[in-house]
Write a protein that binds this ligand. Structure first.
Ligand SMILES: NC(=O)c1ccc[n+]([C@@H]2O[C@H](COP(=O)([O-])OP(=O)(O)OC[C@H]3O[C@@H](n4cnc5c(N)ncnc54)[C@H](OP(=O)(O)O)[C@@H]3O)[C@@H](O)[C@H]2O)c1
Length: 287
């Protein structure tokens, strides 16, 4: 049976694909995470492709700990570059299409207008460097691939900015939030739906695409909307990025231009506020 392999499927995006895939019974998904398929293990990847007929591989597996990556470069490289190379080579051998997920952190944030797919990447941190190297590997090995860059992913479960804000608001009277880094939050469920529509369409030209929700926000805007929509009263203290010390540097501006994916895939993208509202509704329903 022809299958769609999803790697890293216990992560944020993988879990969302699992959720939305329930409505696409005609597609046969195989969900794996590190325990079932460690993408850094070339023999395991090859054996998996030998024993399953993979037509699409959606790579959600990644080392995503942006700050820890600064001191754990070898492992970030192993997962985000060598692991991707293992998948790309297996996809090439078995004529499968790779849908690889990448990040706005490939950019340096020096632009003042949204980044398009042809703008020059220049990552500022180890995570971004390894993700860009992963993209290059995909482009070198394969002709049949999609690289989907996304930003500021969140959803109702897992560890992400939304969940962190809700946790901090329970424990503290005041939260500190960076106000001068600008980007766009992306509800992982929206991205999962787009990935499934790319697979179902089957005629989308290969290449790099940018996808986030619509609109522009600072982390402060994002936090404010989270508390407003959740009816939580907590004091937010704004901090400049330069005063919020982290191991990794982050781009000050990483808004992405979505014209290409909107025109080619023919989708309407919800605003980040609309999608956040939907996510918080689902969160309340699940609790
Ligand atoms: N999160 C964001 O804000 C964001 C923004 C832009 C782009 N992205 C990109 O979007 C994609 C999905 O991100 P996400 O937020 O869903 O990440 P995530 O929640 O960290 O999930 C990544 C998953 O990959 C697994 N994994 C790690 N090493 C692996 C290996 N060697 N073999 C197989 N699986 C492995 C992880 O397992 P363990 O947890 O057990 O290690 C985890 O389940 C990634 O490519 C990421 O770079 C994310």
């Amino acid at each position: 049976m022809k299958s769609i392999l999803v790697t890293g499927s216990n992560g944020q995006l993988g879990r969302c694909i699992k959720d939305v895939a329930k409505d696409s019974k005609e597609l046969n998904f195989i969900f794996t995470d590190k325990a079932e398929l460690d993408i850094t293990n070339r023999e395991s990847v090859n054996a998996f492709f030998e024993s399953n007929t993979v037509v699409y591989c959606v790579n959600c597996a990644a080392y995503t700990a942006v700050d820890k990556a600064e001191s754990n470069e070898d492992y970030a490289l192993a997962v985000n570059v060598l692991g991707v190379e293992n998948l790309a080579k297996a996809c090439k051998k078995h004529k499968a299409i790779l849908i690889h997920i990448s990040t706005d952190f490939v950019f340096d944030g020096k632009q003042t207008q949204p980044y398009t797919e042809v703008d020059e990447p220049n990552p500022l941190n180890v995570y971004g460097i390894t993700k860009l190297q992963g993209e290059k590997v995909v482009e070198e090995v394969l002709e049949h691939y999609f690289i989907i860059r996304t930003s500021w992913l969140y959803l109702e479960y897992g560890n992400n900015f939304l969940k962190t804000m809700l946790r901090l608001a329970k424990d503290k009277n005041e939260v500190r939030v960076v106000s001068d880094q600008i980007g766009t939050p992306t509800y992982a469920r929206d991205l999962a739906l787009v990935l499934i529509s790319i697979i179902k369409n089957n005629k989308i030209p290969f290449g790099i695409y940018h996808y986030s929700n619509e609109g522009v926000a600072s982390w402060y805007d994002f936090a404010t909307a989270i508390f407003d929509l959740s009816d939580i009263k907590v004091k937010i203290r704004t901090v400049k990025a330069k005063d919020f010390v982290t191991s990794a540097n982050r781009p000050m501006y990483s808004v992405m231009d979505k014209t290409k994916i909107k025109n080619i895939v023919g989708i309407n993208i919800p605003s980040w506020e609309e999608s956040l509202k939907e996510c918080i509704k689902r969160l309340a329903f699940n609790e």
